[in-house]
Design a protein. Structure first.
Length: 629
């Protein structure tokens, strides 16, 4: 890695945060964290050129949290993000870093969410606001958000905010924040307009750029799997099973917690696997490596630091289960295979949002990484059958078969069946522990990355606020109350219902849906972006399976491994059962009420069954919707 700092403790973070990082399993700072944290702790403004996957969120979140005075329940930091999805994600990251900071409160505010809820939450007081530009601007105009106590302002994914047409809003916010605060700007690319904003609003910023050091990699077969439609663990075991020259593997993950969890899961699936992380002392570490060398272990799940310098010639595969932070880490990781003149294989798991990192790695290593098609059920069966036949052939050549042949004849005679039928029964018994055919379905093929990137970056409906006109003369921008072109705040519904401006090209996104009326309950489902799932998949499945009209499906939060969806309260048992059995992109969704942060529950319960009318007089559940599709 480019990081020369091995420990968060060297960066000047407080004991409380260090404890949290250790608890959540972060072992070492990523390169961007190693560089940004000390600069931000020193109070400098900064520009960070970093993309998703580099650990940039913690790079700005950790220093920002050090400056928060918990006793002051007022916004002391504001983080602007291009999408509501990212706002929620960043807010959740901050909340996890605040594990040992009692009373810390972070609030995501974004377009598409009810103002009533936001106003209540703002009035309650939050230390950090994470918001999309349009909605933050509205609250500033309305004076429902007061930034007098602001210490830090972060612009996250600034180039995306520009691309989505929010840069005017961002500038407006920058102009309406108190003079004295620290500003950090993060952007994967640095287009001219972003550079201009940085020059205008940042004070002597330090610039951090993670070098994509070019490096040549040995003759290693490099492939990637686009994470989609299947849990990473299932995909991993499918892949390992059909890889031809598999002997031993090192699997890289980000946190020490993940090393242990994955090792446990692989052990449960019959692999000889162990974790290798910074919590192991030198002796234990050496023991694990010896076991890998001797064949007592076939798989070691490691963090970057723990795997440094491993030289075990039988390692035929390196799996980047979690994508590395930078190309240097990638090159280091894959260098653990293909040693001593042997063949090496490097497999990289890439979630749709990490595509940029994949391309950066390809550029830096000057080698294309080819897509890997996930082995299908038929592939697995064929492989298992071939192995089974091989074993049978071996035994056929062994001594002492006569005794068993005699038993087969006896069974055939007693049961009045052919020897072939007896052999089939025995084959069935022999494979019981590891069936030749695997259960479940093949996932839908992933959407190509190009298409997916667009979809992925496009926020979920209700997510994205429409562009606003550019104000040529920003100084004379009318105050909200004076503007004739927009309804008064109180009268407005969601931002997406604002009047459009003639000079703008028509939007291609779907028309805005009405906000869900009535009591809503938030559910969690076990599919997320990691499985290639998009908002439309969730809406489609719920509408079809539970017969809930899509306009009554509330907010959808798309996360890495899971998602949340708000549905009208009082769901009939039939609909709930149908949803429990529902699959999205081949994955069981396991719908259950979300235990996390309550969102959008609007007071007391109102019950309405299938086909009954809800309190707002509209039918939310169709009469006979179940299992129609
Ligand atoms: P980001 O680039 O901020 O979206 O972070 C990508 C992922 O890396 C998130 O899942 C983080 O929780 C994780 N992460 C960030 N920093 C570290 C670290 N130092 N050690 C382990 N995981 C990390």
């Amino acid at each position: 890695m480019t990081s020369t700092v091995d420990s968060f403790a060297d960066l000047g973070l407080s004991e409380s945060l260090l404890k949290t990082l250790s608890e959540i399993g972060y072992e070492t700072p990523s390169p961007i964290q190693a560089q940004c944290i000390p600069i931000l702790l020193d109070g400098h403004d900064m520009i960070g050129m970093a993309q998703t996957g580099t650990g940039k969120t913690a790079a700005f979140a950790l220093p920002l949290m050090e400056s928060i005075d918990i006793k002051v329940a007022k916004p002391q930091a504001l983080i602007l993000t291009p999408t509501r999805e990212l706002a929620i994600q960043v807010a959740e990251a901050l909340q996890s870093y605040a594990k040992n900071l009692p009373g810390f409160h972070v609030l995501p505010i974004y377009g598409g969410q009810s103002y009533t809820i936001q106003l209540k939450q703002l009035a309650r007081g939050a230390h950090v606001i994470v918001g999309t530009p349009g909605r933050v601007m509205d609250h500033l105009e309305r004076k429902t958000l007061n930034l007098d106590n602001l210490k830090t302002l972060v612009l996250d994914e600034a180039d995306e905010m520009l691309r989505m047409g929010f840069i005017d809003d961002v500038e407006w916010i920058l102009e309406h924040t108190p003079e004295q605060h620290q500003t950090a700007l993060f952007s994967a690319t640095m287009p001219e307009q972003i550079r201009r904003v940085a020059q205008k609003y940042l004070v002597e910023p330090k610039e951090i750029k993670i070098k994509a050091a070019t490096a040549t990699v040995a003759a290693i077969r490099q492939v990637y799997w686009q994470v989609s439609g299947m849990h990473k663990l299932d995909a991993l075991t499918r892949i390992l099973e059909v890889e031809d020259d598999f002997d031993a593997a090192i699997i890289f993950v980000r946190t020490k917690t993940a090393t242990v969890e994955l090792a446990d899961k692989l052990n449960a699936r019959g692999y000889a696997a162990a974790a290798l992380n910074g919590d192991l002392n030198q002796q234990m570490r050496e023991r694990v490596i010896e076991q890998l060398k001797s064949g007592a272990l076939d798989i070691v799940i490691a963090t970057d630091v723990a795997a440094r310098g491993i030289d075990v010639p039988r390692v035929s595969h390196v799996v980047n289960y979690d994508i590395p932070y930078d190309t240097e880490a990638y090159v280091h990781r894959i260098g653990r295979t293909g040693r001593a003149g042997r063949n090496g294989n490097a497999i990289l798991f890439v979630a749709p949002r990490e595509i940029r990192m994949l391309r950066t790695i390809e550029r830096a290593t000057r080698q294309p990484i080819s897509p890997l098609t996930l082995p299908s059920r038929a592939d697995i069966t064929n492989k298992r059958v071939a192995d089974f036949k091989g074993k049978v052939a071996e035994v056929l050549n062994a001594e002492g078969l006569d005794f068993f042949a005699n038993i087969v004849s006896q069974i055939a005679e007693e049961q009045n069946v052919s020897a072939e039928e007896v052999a089939a029964a025995l084959a069935m018994m022999a494979q019981e522990a590891k069936p030749l055919q695997i259960a479940g379905e093949d996932p839908a093929p992933p959407r190509p990355f190009r298409e997916q990137r667009n979809d992925d970056r496009r926020p979920a409906f209700g997510d994205r606020e429409p562009r606003k006109p550019r104000f040529e003369d920003r100084g004379e921008r009318p105050r909200f109350e004076d503007r004739g072109d927009r309804p008064r705040f109180e009268d407005r519904g969601e931002r997406s219902e604002r009047p459009r401006f003639e000079d703008r090209p028509p939007r291609t996104e779907r028309p805005p849906r009405p906000a869900p009326a009535g009591d809503m309950v938030r559910y969690r489902i076990d599919v997320g972006r990691e499985h290639g799932v998009e908002v439309r998949d969730i809406v489609g499945a719920i509408a079809n399976e539970a017969g809930i009209e899509s306009r009554f499906i509330g907010r959808i939060g798309l996360y890495e491994e899971s998602s949340t969806v708000e549905l009208p309260a009082g769901m009939p048992a039939e609909a709930a059962n149908a949803l429990k059995r529902t699959r999205i992109r081949g994955m069981p969704i396991n719908l259950r009420q979300d235990e996390g942060r309550p969102a959008g529950s609007f007071g007391g319960e109102r019950k309405f069954g299938g086909g009954e009318r809800s309190f707002d007089g509209e039918r939310k559940f169709k009469k006979k919707p179940f299992n129609e599709c």
